[in-house]
Design a protein around this ligand. Structure first.
Ligand code: ADP
Ligand code: MG
Length: 451
């Protein structure tokens, strides 16, 4: 029996054991990529899927496989990448990178360009709220570095800034077949790079990394302001690129004149280019976005439910998408159309109604439970990795769900308010880039609302 067949049979059995939604979420994009000695290697699309599958399904899977081939004793899950880790038992025998894994397309961020291929201009729904920004984005891909330089786009959370500016990068790659080099970076990452470069005497190579591009895309510039060295360095990079007719694209949650900590000379540079805002989408556009996402997911929805979602989720497309996904999951799990009432419940749950009733301890407990640590760990000064991220997520959720003040949150966790701000902002940005983090947070929210 070859590996492919073995895995297909395994999946067949797992599909019967799991709900449709769980199967689709955790196992659909998996592959058995190798077998060496008594170990089989299974590739999964994300770290999160790996943790989940290891924890919940490992035993079942190995049972099913052993029923077909009892020489198998162990299963190792790897996150989809080109290489497979060594089996500890056979250090010499390096498994050949499996073509199957290389082929898996998990919609991941490209480490070289920082771009995620899922964001395209074609999938960006255009309406009055983002028309100008979209037109400028399209024009830029046709006349890089000249027409609208720099291009500054601003707007509230979840309204499509990251999508649009990443789409410019992806479009440029497609259009110029690799001859034009874009680079996307969130300003937090940029700051970290600069700080690291200074500390480790590698600032020249960091400088080069950001100057050696044709299109530099910086997301959420509001987080750069006030950090002297970073801002200084960015100013010089900006000038170097600008003078060479390289394209600069910047996003922010507010217009340049409202970036209080930003140095005047940098602000006036921004104002010298094109500034476009993205505002709240109006009803027709929200419907269009829902329909477009439905098409992507190959799912149909009762028009009355579409109408309900579009009416109730007005201020954040990311949230609208989240609700839509939940409704689709529900339909798939029940294998039937959702009732208006059930849809409304999902919507209310996702929006304000429930959030008000959640208290701090419920949030902390849900985070601790999810990560299998204790609430004391969250509040401790332990800096182990297994505790640091959960703690940041707890801070993020305390702010996001309960809208507590930073000083209050800081105190709650025995920290000062700047740590609270930093943690919140970090998670808030990473959610955009890291779908598995986003998924974790959605699941923790589920735990909170269920408690
Ligand atoms: P922001 O960076 O402004 O916080 P994002 O770009 O991360 O927002 O958008 C949030 C989600 O909404 C993403 O999944 C994105 O694909 C989707 N989205 C936003 N605007 C649009 C649009 N005009 N058409 C289609 N999807 C959109
Ligand atoms: Mg963003």
């Amino acid at each position: 029996m070859d590996l492919e067949q073995m895995w297909q049979s395994t999946l067949g059995e797992m599909e019967v054991q799991l709900t449709k939604a769980h199967f689709a979420t955790w196992l659909k994009n998996s592959k058995l990529i190798d077998k060496r000695d008594d170990t089989v290697f299974v590739a999964l699309p994300s770290n999160f899927a790996k943790t989940w599958v290891e924890e919940k399904y490992q035993k079942n899977i190995i049972g099913i496989i052993r029923a077909m081939d009892n020489s198998v004793k162990k299963i190792e899950f790897v996150v989809g990448s080109k290489s497979v880790p060594f089996s500890k038992a056979a250090p010499e025998a390096q498994p050949t990178p499996s073509a199957a894994v290389a082929e898996l397309d998990f919609n991941r961020t490209d480490p070289e360009t920082g771009l995620n291929p899922k964001y395209t201009l074609a999938s960006f729904v255009v309406g009055p709220s983002n028309e100008l920004a979209f037109a400028a984005a399209t024009a830029i891909t046709e006349d890089i570095g000249r027409k609208y330089n720099p291009f500054f786009v601003y707007g509230g959370v979840g309204l499509g800034k990251t999508h649009l500016i990443q789409a410019i990068g992806n479009e440029v790659i497609a259009k110029y077949k690799g001859k034009v080099k874009p680079k996307y970076v969130a300003s937090e990452q940029y700051t970290r790079d600069i700080v690291w470069g200074i500390r480790n005497d590698r600032i020249e190579s960091i400088k080069k990394k950001y100057r050696d591009v044709d299109v530099l895309i910086i997301d959420d510039i509001q987080f750069i302001g006030g950090k002297d060295k970073t801002e200084e360095e960015f100013f010089h990079t900006f000038n170097a690129l600008y003078e060479n007719n390289k394209q600069i694209i910047i996003s922010s949650d507010r217009p340049p004149q409202s970036l209080p900590t930003l140095e005047e000379r940098l602000r006036s540079r921004f104002e010298g280019g094109l500034i476009a805002d993205i505002s709240y989408p109006e009803y027709e556009m929200r419907v269009a976005i829902i329909k477009s996402k439905l098409q992507d997911m190959n799912h149909q929805l009762n028009p009355a439910v579409i109408d309900l979602i579009a009416k109730k989720l007005r201020k954040n497309i990311r949230e609208l998408e989240g609700v839509l996904k939940k409704i689709i999951f529900t339909e798939e799990r029940k294998q039937s159309e959702i009732s208006l009432k059930a849809a409304e419940e999902i919507i209310d749950k996702a929006t304000q109604n429930l959030t008000k009733r959640v208290n701090d301890s419920q949030i902390l407990k849900a985070v601790a439970d999810f990560f299998n640590i204790s609430v004391e760990d969250l509040m401790s000064h332990n800096r182990r990795k297994e505790v640091v991220e959960p703690r940041q997520i707890a801070i993020y959720l305390l702010r996001d769900i309960s809208e507590l003040s930073y000083p209050y949150i800081g105190e709650k966790l025995g920290r000062d308010h700047t740590t609270a701000i930093h943690s919140y902002e970090k998670i808030n940005q990473e959610i955009n880039r890291d779908p598995s983090l986003n998924q974790k947070i959605l699941m923790i929210k589920d735990l909170i609302y269920k408690s």
